[in-house]
Design a protein around this ligand. Structure first.
Ligand code: PLP
Length: 368
Protein backbone atom coordinates (compact mmCIF):
# COMPACT_ATOMS: atom_id res chain seq x y z
CA UNK A 1 0.00 0.00 0.00
CA UNK A 2 1.40 3.41 -0.94
CA UNK A 3 1.06 5.52 2.21
CA UNK A 4 0.01 9.16 2.46
CA UNK A 5 3.28 9.89 4.28
CA UNK A 6 6.11 7.54 5.21
CA UNK A 7 7.43 8.58 8.60
CA UNK A 8 9.16 5.25 9.20
CA UNK A 9 11.19 5.68 6.04
CA UNK A 10 12.10 9.26 6.93
CA UNK A 11 13.36 8.13 10.33
CA UNK A 12 15.39 5.28 8.82
CA UNK A 13 17.02 7.68 6.35
CA UNK A 14 18.18 10.05 9.10
CA UNK A 15 18.36 7.64 12.03
CA UNK A 16 22.02 8.13 12.95
CA UNK A 17 21.76 11.91 13.20
CA UNK A 18 18.40 11.88 14.96
CA UNK A 19 19.44 9.22 17.48
CA UNK A 20 22.61 11.15 18.29
CA UNK A 21 20.61 14.34 18.84
CA UNK A 22 18.13 12.55 21.12
CA UNK A 23 20.95 11.02 23.16
CA UNK A 24 22.68 14.36 23.46
CA UNK A 25 19.48 15.95 24.78
CA UNK A 26 18.88 13.05 27.16
CA UNK A 27 22.40 13.26 28.53
CA UNK A 28 22.37 17.06 28.93
CA UNK A 29 19.18 16.74 31.02
CA UNK A 30 18.00 20.30 30.37
CA UNK A 31 14.63 18.93 29.43
CA UNK A 32 12.45 22.01 29.87
CA UNK A 33 13.27 25.10 27.79
CA UNK A 34 16.77 23.78 27.27
CA UNK A 35 19.40 24.80 24.71
CA UNK A 36 17.83 22.89 21.79
CA UNK A 37 14.60 24.85 22.23
CA UNK A 38 16.45 28.17 22.29
CA UNK A 39 18.52 27.26 19.23
CA UNK A 40 15.49 26.05 17.30
CA UNK A 41 13.55 29.21 18.20
CA UNK A 42 16.36 31.35 16.79
CA UNK A 43 16.76 29.22 13.66
CA UNK A 44 13.07 28.99 12.80
CA UNK A 45 12.40 32.65 13.55
CA UNK A 46 15.17 33.60 11.11
CA UNK A 47 13.93 31.04 8.58
CA UNK A 48 10.44 32.58 8.81
CA UNK A 49 11.84 36.13 8.42
CA UNK A 50 10.89 36.89 12.01
CA UNK A 51 12.81 38.33 14.93
CA UNK A 52 11.24 36.09 17.59
CA UNK A 53 10.30 32.43 18.00
CA UNK A 54 8.54 30.93 21.03
CA UNK A 55 8.34 27.14 21.26
CA UNK A 56 5.06 25.82 22.62
CA UNK A 57 3.43 22.43 23.16
CA UNK A 58 1.51 22.33 19.86
CA UNK A 59 0.05 24.64 17.23
CA UNK A 60 -3.37 24.65 18.87
CA UNK A 61 -1.73 26.35 21.86
CA UNK A 62 0.28 28.58 19.52
CA UNK A 63 -3.00 29.87 18.06
CA UNK A 64 -4.68 30.14 21.46
CA UNK A 65 -1.78 32.02 23.05
CA UNK A 66 -1.35 34.27 20.00
CA UNK A 67 -4.98 35.32 20.26
CA UNK A 68 -4.54 35.83 24.02
CA UNK A 69 -1.53 38.05 23.30
CA UNK A 70 -3.74 40.06 20.93
CA UNK A 71 -6.12 40.59 23.86
CA UNK A 72 -8.93 38.46 22.44
CA UNK A 73 -11.76 37.50 24.77
CA UNK A 74 -15.56 37.25 25.11
CA UNK A 75 -17.47 39.48 22.71
CA UNK A 76 -14.63 39.70 20.20
CA UNK A 77 -14.94 38.37 16.67
CA UNK A 78 -12.19 36.61 14.74
CA UNK A 79 -12.64 36.15 11.00
CA UNK A 80 -11.41 32.88 9.54
CA UNK A 81 -12.16 30.11 7.06
CA UNK A 82 -14.71 27.33 7.57
CA UNK A 83 -12.48 24.92 5.63
CA UNK A 84 -9.67 24.10 8.05
CA UNK A 85 -8.80 21.83 10.95
CA UNK A 86 -10.88 22.47 14.06
CA UNK A 87 -7.83 23.73 16.01
CA UNK A 88 -8.18 27.07 14.22
CA UNK A 89 -11.60 27.79 15.71
CA UNK A 90 -10.90 25.96 18.97
CA UNK A 91 -8.32 28.64 19.72
CA UNK A 92 -11.00 31.28 19.20
CA UNK A 93 -13.75 29.49 21.11
CA UNK A 94 -11.63 28.62 24.13
CA UNK A 95 -11.18 32.35 24.75
CA UNK A 96 -14.93 32.94 24.61
CA UNK A 97 -14.56 34.82 21.32
CA UNK A 98 -16.67 34.18 18.22
CA UNK A 99 -15.42 32.76 14.94
CA UNK A 100 -16.87 34.55 11.92
CA UNK A 101 -16.53 32.59 8.71
CA UNK A 102 -15.78 33.76 5.20
CA UNK A 103 -16.09 31.32 2.29
CA UNK A 104 -13.12 30.00 0.34
CA UNK A 105 -11.84 30.35 -3.21
CA UNK A 106 -12.75 27.00 -4.80
CA UNK A 107 -9.49 26.74 -6.79
CA UNK A 108 -7.16 27.24 -3.81
CA UNK A 109 -9.30 26.10 -0.84
CA UNK A 110 -8.15 29.27 0.97
CA UNK A 111 -10.19 32.10 2.48
CA UNK A 112 -11.54 34.46 -0.18
CA UNK A 113 -10.13 37.91 0.53
CA UNK A 114 -12.78 39.46 -1.72
CA UNK A 115 -15.47 38.42 0.79
CA UNK A 116 -13.53 39.52 3.84
CA UNK A 117 -14.46 43.16 4.20
CA UNK A 118 -18.19 42.42 4.27
CA UNK A 119 -17.62 40.25 7.34
CA UNK A 120 -15.96 43.01 9.37
CA UNK A 121 -18.13 44.37 12.19
CA UNK A 122 -17.40 46.76 15.09
CA UNK A 123 -16.56 43.65 17.16
CA UNK A 124 -13.97 42.26 14.74
CA UNK A 125 -10.48 42.22 16.26
CA UNK A 126 -8.42 39.67 14.35
CA UNK A 127 -8.23 38.06 10.91
CA UNK A 128 -6.96 34.48 11.09
CA UNK A 129 -5.99 33.23 7.62
CA UNK A 130 -5.02 29.56 7.24
CA UNK A 131 -2.47 28.65 4.57
CA UNK A 132 -4.17 25.37 3.76
CA UNK A 133 -2.34 22.42 2.22
CA UNK A 134 0.86 24.51 2.16
CA UNK A 135 -0.35 27.26 -0.19
CA UNK A 136 -0.23 30.86 1.10
CA UNK A 137 -3.46 32.82 1.22
CA UNK A 138 -3.73 35.91 -0.97
CA UNK A 139 -2.21 38.05 1.79
CA UNK A 140 -1.93 41.57 0.32
CA UNK A 141 -5.69 42.26 0.30
CA UNK A 142 -6.02 40.62 3.73
CA UNK A 143 -3.29 42.82 5.18
CA UNK A 144 -4.77 45.87 3.49
CA UNK A 145 -8.21 45.26 5.01
CA UNK A 146 -6.63 44.59 8.41
CA UNK A 147 -4.70 47.83 8.18
CA UNK A 148 -7.70 49.91 7.14
CA UNK A 149 -9.89 48.54 9.94
CA UNK A 150 -7.25 48.43 12.66
CA UNK A 151 -7.33 44.63 12.95
CA UNK A 152 -4.55 42.26 13.96
CA UNK A 153 -3.59 39.26 11.83
CA UNK A 154 -2.64 35.84 13.18
CA UNK A 155 -1.48 33.37 10.51
CA UNK A 156 -2.18 29.65 10.88
CA UNK A 157 0.97 28.25 9.23
CA UNK A 158 0.52 24.70 10.55
CA UNK A 159 0.59 23.28 7.02
CA UNK A 160 2.81 25.86 5.35
CA UNK A 161 6.13 26.42 7.17
CA UNK A 162 8.58 27.93 4.68
CA UNK A 163 6.00 28.83 2.03
CA UNK A 164 6.40 32.29 0.52
CA UNK A 165 3.97 34.88 -0.81
CA UNK A 166 5.58 37.47 -3.07
CA UNK A 167 8.94 36.75 -1.47
CA UNK A 168 7.64 36.95 2.09
CA UNK A 169 7.54 33.92 4.35
CA UNK A 170 4.24 32.86 5.85
CA UNK A 171 4.17 33.80 9.52
CA UNK A 172 6.06 37.05 8.93
CA UNK A 173 3.26 38.98 7.24
CA UNK A 174 0.73 39.09 10.07
CA UNK A 175 1.35 40.06 13.69
CA UNK A 176 2.06 36.47 14.69
CA UNK A 177 2.50 33.16 12.86
CA UNK A 178 1.73 29.72 14.28
CA UNK A 179 3.70 26.59 13.36
CA UNK A 180 2.91 22.92 14.04
CA UNK A 181 5.42 20.12 14.48
CA UNK A 182 2.77 17.39 14.56
CA UNK A 183 4.55 14.30 13.17
CA UNK A 184 2.96 14.38 9.71
CA UNK A 185 3.46 18.12 9.10
CA UNK A 186 6.25 19.24 6.74
CA UNK A 187 8.58 19.66 9.73
CA UNK A 188 7.36 17.10 12.25
CA UNK A 189 8.73 15.89 15.57
CA UNK A 190 8.09 12.62 17.45
CA UNK A 191 4.98 13.84 19.26
CA UNK A 192 3.35 17.24 19.62
CA UNK A 193 5.12 20.56 19.21
CA UNK A 194 4.53 24.07 17.93
CA UNK A 195 5.95 27.57 17.75
CA UNK A 196 4.84 31.17 17.51
CA UNK A 197 6.99 33.38 15.28
CA UNK A 198 6.70 37.16 15.16
CA UNK A 199 8.36 40.47 14.40
CA UNK A 200 6.42 42.06 17.28
CA UNK A 201 8.74 41.89 20.30
CA UNK A 202 5.98 42.78 22.73
CA UNK A 203 3.54 40.17 21.46
CA UNK A 204 6.25 37.49 21.40
CA UNK A 205 7.24 38.34 24.98
CA UNK A 206 3.59 38.04 26.00
CA UNK A 207 3.31 34.57 24.42
CA UNK A 208 6.60 33.63 26.09
CA UNK A 209 5.13 34.53 29.46
CA UNK A 210 1.81 32.83 28.83
CA UNK A 211 3.48 29.53 27.84
CA UNK A 212 5.08 29.29 31.28
CA UNK A 213 2.28 29.91 33.73
CA UNK A 214 1.90 33.60 33.03
CA UNK A 215 5.06 34.79 34.76
CA UNK A 216 8.30 36.43 33.67
CA UNK A 217 10.18 35.33 36.80
CA UNK A 218 9.88 31.83 38.23
CA UNK A 219 7.21 31.63 40.98
CA UNK A 220 5.98 35.17 40.26
CA UNK A 221 2.83 35.14 38.15
CA UNK A 222 1.08 38.13 36.66
CA UNK A 223 -1.73 36.46 34.71
CA UNK A 224 -3.36 33.09 34.10
CA UNK A 225 -1.16 31.24 31.66
CA UNK A 226 -0.61 27.67 30.52
CA UNK A 227 2.01 25.01 30.81
CA UNK A 228 2.73 24.89 27.09
CA UNK A 229 6.36 24.33 26.25
CA UNK A 230 8.19 22.60 23.45
CA UNK A 231 10.33 19.76 24.85
CA UNK A 232 14.10 19.94 24.46
CA UNK A 233 14.03 16.38 23.14
CA UNK A 234 11.57 17.34 20.39
CA UNK A 235 13.58 20.46 19.58
CA UNK A 236 16.71 18.31 19.24
CA UNK A 237 14.92 16.11 16.68
CA UNK A 238 13.54 19.14 14.87
CA UNK A 239 16.99 20.75 14.60
CA UNK A 240 18.21 17.71 12.69
CA UNK A 241 15.16 17.60 10.44
CA UNK A 242 15.31 21.34 9.83
CA UNK A 243 18.60 20.82 7.93
CA UNK A 244 16.62 18.90 5.32
CA UNK A 245 13.50 21.06 5.20
CA UNK A 246 14.35 23.03 2.06
CA UNK A 247 15.35 19.84 0.27
CA UNK A 248 12.05 18.27 1.34
CA UNK A 249 10.07 21.30 0.18
CA UNK A 250 11.78 21.06 -3.22
CA UNK A 251 10.93 17.36 -3.43
CA UNK A 252 7.29 18.05 -2.55
CA UNK A 253 7.15 20.75 -5.21
CA UNK A 254 8.65 18.39 -7.78
CA UNK A 255 6.08 15.72 -6.89
CA UNK A 256 3.28 18.27 -7.12
CA UNK A 257 4.42 19.51 -10.52
CA UNK A 258 4.66 15.92 -11.74
CA UNK A 259 1.18 15.05 -10.41
CA UNK A 260 -0.18 18.07 -12.26
CA UNK A 261 1.65 17.12 -15.45
CA UNK A 262 0.54 13.48 -15.37
CA UNK A 263 -3.06 14.16 -14.33
CA UNK A 264 -3.64 17.12 -16.66
CA UNK A 265 -6.87 16.65 -18.59
CA UNK A 266 -7.83 13.43 -16.82
CA UNK A 267 -11.62 13.13 -16.89
CA UNK A 268 -13.35 13.68 -13.55
CA UNK A 269 -10.34 15.12 -11.71
CA UNK A 270 -9.96 18.80 -10.80
CA UNK A 271 -6.34 19.68 -10.03
CA UNK A 272 -5.11 22.22 -7.47
CA UNK A 273 -3.65 25.48 -8.74
CA UNK A 274 -0.94 27.77 -7.41
CA UNK A 275 -1.67 31.48 -7.22
CA UNK A 276 0.79 33.97 -8.74
CA UNK A 277 4.16 34.62 -7.16
CA UNK A 278 4.01 32.06 -4.35
CA UNK A 279 6.11 29.10 -3.34
CA UNK A 280 3.60 26.59 -2.02
CA UNK A 281 5.11 23.77 0.05
CA UNK A 282 2.48 21.10 -0.67
CA UNK A 283 1.72 19.71 2.74
CA UNK A 284 -1.00 18.02 0.71
CA UNK A 285 -1.66 17.57 -2.97
CA UNK A 286 -5.43 17.74 -3.02
CA UNK A 287 -7.63 17.10 -6.04
CA UNK A 288 -11.39 17.24 -6.36
CA UNK A 289 -13.49 14.33 -7.53
CA UNK A 290 -17.18 13.50 -7.71
CA UNK A 291 -18.46 10.35 -6.00
CA UNK A 292 -15.43 10.48 -3.75
CA UNK A 293 -16.25 7.46 -1.64
CA UNK A 294 -16.23 5.18 -4.67
CA UNK A 295 -13.01 6.74 -5.97
CA UNK A 296 -11.34 6.15 -2.62
CA UNK A 297 -12.49 2.54 -2.54
CA UNK A 298 -11.05 1.91 -6.02
CA UNK A 299 -7.79 3.57 -5.04
CA UNK A 300 -7.55 1.35 -1.97
CA UNK A 301 -8.14 -1.73 -4.15
CA UNK A 302 -5.23 -0.58 -6.31
CA UNK A 303 -3.00 -0.23 -3.24
CA UNK A 304 -3.13 3.57 -3.00
CA UNK A 305 -3.91 5.49 0.19
CA UNK A 306 -5.95 8.68 0.04
CA UNK A 307 -7.51 10.87 2.69
CA UNK A 308 -10.17 13.53 3.14
CA UNK A 309 -9.09 16.80 4.75
CA UNK A 310 -11.80 17.81 5.80
CA UNK A 311 -15.14 16.03 5.40
CA UNK A 312 -17.25 18.52 7.40
CA UNK A 313 -16.70 22.29 7.19
CA UNK A 314 -16.48 23.98 10.56
CA UNK A 315 -19.72 25.96 10.24
CA UNK A 316 -21.62 22.66 10.08
CA UNK A 317 -19.80 21.03 13.03
CA UNK A 318 -21.78 20.30 16.18
CA UNK A 319 -19.23 22.26 18.24
CA UNK A 320 -20.29 25.43 16.38
CA UNK A 321 -24.04 24.77 16.35
CA UNK A 322 -24.58 27.86 18.50
CA UNK A 323 -23.43 30.04 15.60
CA UNK A 324 -26.67 29.02 13.88
CA UNK A 325 -25.26 28.16 10.47
CA UNK A 326 -26.86 25.76 8.05
CA UNK A 327 -25.98 24.10 4.79
CA UNK A 328 -25.76 26.66 1.99
CA UNK A 329 -24.11 29.39 4.08
CA UNK A 330 -20.62 28.75 2.65
CA UNK A 331 -21.22 26.78 -0.54
CA UNK A 332 -17.60 26.66 -1.71
CA UNK A 333 -16.39 25.26 1.59
CA UNK A 334 -19.23 22.74 1.51
CA UNK A 335 -18.36 21.62 -2.02
CA UNK A 336 -14.69 21.30 -1.05
CA UNK A 337 -15.67 19.17 1.95
CA UNK A 338 -17.64 16.89 -0.40
CA UNK A 339 -15.02 16.65 -3.17
CA UNK A 340 -11.51 17.18 -1.77
CA UNK A 341 -9.22 14.17 -1.85
CA UNK A 342 -5.58 14.27 -0.77
CA UNK A 343 -3.11 11.95 -2.49
CA UNK A 344 0.13 10.43 -1.18
CA UNK A 345 2.62 13.28 -0.75
CA UNK A 346 5.94 13.01 1.05
CA UNK A 347 9.48 14.00 0.07
CA UNK A 348 10.72 10.40 -0.17
CA UNK A 349 7.98 9.29 -2.60
CA UNK A 350 9.47 7.62 -5.70
CA UNK A 351 8.40 8.18 -9.29
CA UNK A 352 7.30 4.52 -9.42
CA UNK A 353 5.02 5.07 -6.44
CA UNK A 354 3.69 8.24 -7.99
CA UNK A 355 3.04 6.55 -11.31
CA UNK A 356 1.00 3.92 -9.48
CA UNK A 357 -1.04 6.65 -7.76
CA UNK A 358 -1.63 8.45 -11.06
CA UNK A 359 -2.68 5.31 -12.95
CA UNK A 360 -5.00 4.24 -10.14
CA UNK A 361 -6.58 7.67 -9.85
CA UNK A 362 -7.12 8.06 -13.59
CA UNK A 363 -8.84 4.69 -13.67
CA UNK A 364 -10.86 5.34 -10.50
CA UNK A 365 -12.14 8.74 -11.61
CA UNK A 366 -12.99 7.63 -15.17
CA UNK A 367 -14.88 4.53 -13.97
CA UNK A 368 -18.64 4.82 -14.28
C1 PLP B 1 -2.32 20.59 12.38
C2 PLP B 1 -3.06 21.86 12.35
C3 PLP B 1 -3.29 22.64 13.50
C4 PLP B 1 -2.99 22.16 14.88
O1 PLP B 1 -1.69 21.77 15.09
P1 PLP B 1 -1.31 20.91 16.38
O2 PLP B 1 0.17 21.09 16.46
O3 PLP B 1 -1.70 19.50 16.09
O4 PLP B 1 -2.02 21.47 17.55
C5 PLP B 1 -3.89 23.86 13.35
N1 PLP B 1 -4.29 24.31 12.16
C6 PLP B 1 -4.12 23.59 11.04
C7 PLP B 1 -4.57 24.16 9.74
C8 PLP B 1 -3.53 22.34 11.10
O5 PLP B 1 -3.37 21.62 9.99
Amino acid sequence: MIPLVDLKLQYQLHKAEIDAAMQQSAAAAAYILGPNVKALEADLAAYCQCSHGVGVANCTDALHLSLRAMGIGPGDEVITTPFTFVATTEAIGILGATPVFVDIVPETFNLDAALLEAAVTPRTRVILPVHLYGQPCEMDPILDIAHRHGLRVVEDCAQAIGATYRGRKVGSMGDLGCLSFFPSKNLGCFGDGGMVVSNDAEAAAHVEMLRRHGGKVKYHHSEIGLNSRLDDLQAAILRVKFRYLEEWHDARRRHAARYTELLQGAPGIVLPIEIDDVRAVYHQYTVRVQDRKAVQARLAEAGVSSFVYYPVPLHLQEVHAALGHSRGDFPHAEAAADEALSLPMFPEMTEEQQDQVVDALRAAAAYR
